[in-house]
Write a protein that binds this ligand. Structure first.
Ligand code: CTP
Ligand code: CA
Length: 226
């Protein structure tokens, strides 16, 4: 058993990961999106599977292959992502790496909106559900809930506020401001924020960030196993 734990630290555990952007339709040919590539989320799902977990990956539209050994549920909008996440509870560990669109168009036009037919259209937005907060404050709550925080300024301050606001256990904060260029890139510079404090990790491959995060999560789950 000790040997299995060393090799497969998440054996017997259920893990849910969200990844990628969401696409929020405006009309049949247009949508609101963001620059998320899904690389970090997909790498986390792959690392969790490598660690022996049963992994469900709920992913927005990405140009990435399905990670090996992972069950993938593809969705498009934030509301679809929330529904797919809730359908796949309970889990032991949930990691929310998706860049969920914060807003969607208040109304989706049934037909393509045409130009030159009166004034320029005004886009009216409504807020999307917060998937992480819904799960972190809901039931059945995963034992460990991890959020991400992509920030362009005062990264740690914003991330600490997010930890409290969303009710998650850890926040992985990264700086996506000008020059750092992590959105879409292969590496990431992150800070792991918990109630115990802040750990700043050196810049590394997204796959390495994923493996370290999964190892830390496995340790934590082991600590509070009765
Ligand atoms: N998140 C989510 N559902 C949303 C928005 C965010 O599940 N509708 C999750 C993200 O997957 C991430 C965390 O919440 O794990 C933080 O996302 P972020 O966009 O950084 O925070 P917001 O609360 O949306 O605040 P803001 O975008 O204004 O910084
Ligand atoms: Ca957001």
């Amino acid at each position: 058993a000790a040997r299995k734990l060393a090799l497969l630290p998440l054996a017997g555990k259920r893990v849910l990961v969200t990844s990628g952007p969401t696409h929020e339709p405006i009309d049949p040919v247009r949508y609101i999106a963001n620059r998320s590539s899904g690389k970090q989320g997909h790498a986390i799902a792959a690392a969790a599977a490598e660690a022996g977990a049963e992994v469900i990956l709920v992913s927005g539209p990405v140009n990435l292959p399905d990670p090996p050994g992972v069950r993938v549920r593809r969705v498009s909008t934030a509301r679809e992502m929330l529904a797919a996440v809730l359908e796949n509870l309970p889990v032991d560990l949930a990691i929310f790496a998706a860049a969920v669109a914060d807003w969607r168009a208040a109304e989706e036009a049934d037909a393509k909106i045409k130009k030159g037919k009166g004034p320029v259209p005004q886009l009216s937005l409504v807020e999307n559900p917060d998937i992480l907060a819904t799960v972190a404050k809901g039931s059945p709550r995963p034992r460990l809930v991890v959020g991400f925080a992509a920030e362009t300024d005062t990264v740690l301050e914003h991330a600490r506020a997010k930890l409290a606001r969303k009710g998650c256990d850890w926040i992985v904060a990264n700086d996506v401001g000008k020059g750092t260029g992590v959105m879409g890139g292969g590496s990431n510079t992150v800070h792991l924020i918990s109630e115990e404090g802040i750990e700043s990790w050196p810049t590394m491959d997204k796959s390495e960030v994923a493996r370290r995060l999964v190892a830390r999560a496995a340790e934590r789950l082991r600590e509070d196993t009765p």
